[in-house]
Design a protein around this ligand. Structure first.
Ligand SMILES: [Zn+2]
Ligand SMILES: [Zn+2]
Length: 182
């Protein structure tokens, strides 16, 4: 599924909610992009400084793994949230995080439309820990993702089919680190 292009939404929000303060002419003061697969702990971020690549020196990054399958409203609310951070930093030139200016602008934007609602925290499910193990059934060959090794776990389906639901060592799951064999 192709990712939603962010720049048109940025320009639209910039006009409607920021009085065009986040552009110089038609040029955005902050770069806007999707992350690669790595930004998994937060739905979006704003940052400025020498580590940011690109001529603006400031960027908004939205998490592809967390947002790409969510409805457009989740993308819009995350982008708008980060645009408030960019506005406070680049236009107001304040360091306040989720302070009074953030709350005032967020409330104004939430009241102005009903397509999306901005929150102080991005309220999207963040996968806490990725599974590290495949548990493979030696009987049927099915594999199940596990976060940790569970000693003695057996394939429920095979135990049901072959042993009337009783645990049997023939179907004890074999744990293999994910990523090793693929
Ligand atoms: Zn924030
Ligand atoms: Zn099995």
């Amino acid at each position: 599924m192709p990712l939603v292009p962010l720049l048109p939404i940025f320009h639209c929000f910039n006009r409607e909610y920021f009085d065009c303060a986040l552009t110089d002419g038609s040029k955005p003061l902050v770069a806007v992009r999707w992350s690669d697969g790595r930004l998994r702990k937060t739905a979006g971020l704003y940052r400025r400084g020498p580590t940011v690549i690109g001529e603006q020196g400031a960027e908004i990054v939205l998490s592809r793994p967390l947002l790409e399958l969510l409805p457009l409203s989740a993308i819009e609310s995350t982008l708008c949230h980060e645009m408030i951070h960019a506005w406070i930093d680049l236009v107001l030139r304040l360091e306040e995080g989720h302070g009074p200016n953030f709350h005032a602008r967020m409330a104004a934007i939430n009241a102005a439309q009903s397509k999306f609602q901005i929150n102080v925290r991005h309220k999207f499910p963040v996968p806490t820990k990725l599974p590290k193990w495949w548990a493979i059934c030696p009987g049927c060959g099915l594999r199940f993702p596990y976060k940790r090794i569970v000693a003695g776990a057996a394939c429920r389906q095979c135990c049901n089919i072959h042993h009337g639901g009783r645990w049997h060592a023939n179907f004890e799951l074999i744990f293999q680190p994910i990523g090793v064999e693929e």
